[in-house]
Design a protein around this ligand. Sequence first.
Ligand code: ASP
Length: 343
Amino acid sequence: MDLPKILIIYTGGTIGMIKNPESGVLQAFDFDHLLEKIPEINLLNCTFESTALEQPLDSSNMNPSHWATIAKIVEDNYKSFDGFVILHGSDTMSYTASALSFMFENLDKPIILTGSQLPIGDLRTDAKENLITALQIASLRKDGKALVREVCLYFEYKLYRGNRTTKINAEHFQAFASLNYPDLGESGVHLKIKERYLSRFSDDQPFSVHYALEDQIALIKLFPGITPAVLSCMCSSEDLKGIILETFGAGNATTETWFIEIISQAIKRGIHVVSVSQCSGGSVMMGRYETSEQLEAIGVISGHDLTTEAAIAKMMYLLSMSMTTSEFRQTFERSIRGELTEK
Ligand code: ASP
């Protein structure tokens, strides 16, 4: 039987960085050197090829145009490979994973994002395990098909649904969490995939990429003491189409009249406003408290248990389609790629 063929796409991030000898600063370096650092990779039960972004970058420099470049590489190689491993900086990996999960329509192959906290050349690096296991997961087959057929993130022994993750730690090797959805697998003595939690978001139509994303959106994190001047300034950006409001706890916000008035005016101007929780775990429950009842009444959309990263990606994706306000709300409040838990 032919071995699964995996494409490694190197986009940048710590995994492939080296220290500039003069300044001591970590900088992206040539991808070929990266593979030289892990000869073990050739023992894997798959064949692989690799490609890299022309200019590998620290993921803090990523924007939607880079997501499109990555998606295009996948699209151009979709038929020739059985799976894809995307090496990415950890800082914005959850944003990229969320965006790709929406951009890929009818995905039928594994897309595994991974990276590391320490460069691959470092003695104590976490990069080798992350890359080798990500490749193994991308190679898993069942009944002649790929076992994993969604956008995932693999980091420090855990496989997650990409659009459920968030970076929670800049120090620990365990840098990511998926607090509102179970992990999809774990690497221990055995590599265990929890098949009951996997999903397929394809209805047997051909794979395609949805490139259009609307970037005229804002993320507003509430805090006790936010002033009317600041809030109204943020809501009055000329071409603004959508706002993600990071609310307190289960979706609560101040009931002060000026606050409700500014948000309500924005909604009346046709801006879609979605509430997500500032807590990494748990869900927005509109109307549970008096402090969210008014938001519901003025037409704020519930982001349920979406991560902020997934809410941003979903907003960009849905705003690029023409929909009525009620279609937008209904589509936002249901799961499209397993990104939220429907009631
Ligand atoms: N700053 C790096 C990046 O996100 C951090 C990492 O790779 O972990 O590109």
